[in-house]
Design a protein around this ligand. Structure first.
Ligand code: NI
Length: 173
């Protein structure tokens, strides 16, 4: 069997990153194939999470793996936050759509999320630590929000010009 095809990841400030995703209607063969390709793409890029929005599919689907061993994939379809802890903490985040940029974002320490898994079975996930941060970050993507939008407009503009410049140089190369 051929390895699953990698998907191109959109880079900030691509306007398609700001599209709001629609619910997945059915966890069918098409979604299974998309999950497989998204996981392959995330692992290939050494990411800990990837939202469908980032591969230009605007449906509520996320893949995550925060394990050290890179063998604990999680799939969240149509995720909804049921509860988020009022206690928040600022931690450093990065994003496959914002290559090379890391900055502090304040997130809830713990969340409880309801979602379908890759088989379409409803699950409740209690998350804290890195997993809680990752779920909140990826769910933002589904709403068209990229983490740099939490930063000051000055910082965001600097990041934007840096990435636009890097993308232009990559095209010329
Ligand atoms: Ni991201």
């Amino acid at each position: 069997m051929n390895p699953p095809l990698l998907l191109p990841i959109l880079s900030y400030p691509d306007p398609r990153l700001h599209k709001v995703a629609k619910p997945v209607q059915a966890v069918d063969e098409r979604i299974h194939a998309l999950i497989e390709r998204m996981l392959a793409t995330m692992y290939d890029a050494n990411g800990i999470g990837l939202a469908a929005t980032q591969v230009d599919v605007h449906e509520r689907l996320i893949v995550i793996d925060v394990s050290e061993t890179r063998d604990q994939p999680m799939v969240l379809i149509n995720p909804e936050i049921e509860w988020a802890s009022p206690e928040k903490r600022k931690g450093e985040e990065g994003c496959l759509s914002v290559p090379g940029i890391y900055d502090g974002v304040e997130r809830s320490l713990a969340v409880r999320v309801r979602a379908l898994d890759g088989q379409g079975v409803e699950r409740t996930i209690e998350a804290e630590g890195m997993l809680a941060v990752c779920i909140q970050h990826e769910m933002d993507h589904l709403m068209g929000k990229v983490f740099v939008e939490y930063l000051s407009p000055l910082k965001r503009d600097r990041i934007k010009s840096k990435l636009v410049k890097a993308q232009r140089e990559a095209q010329r190369a």
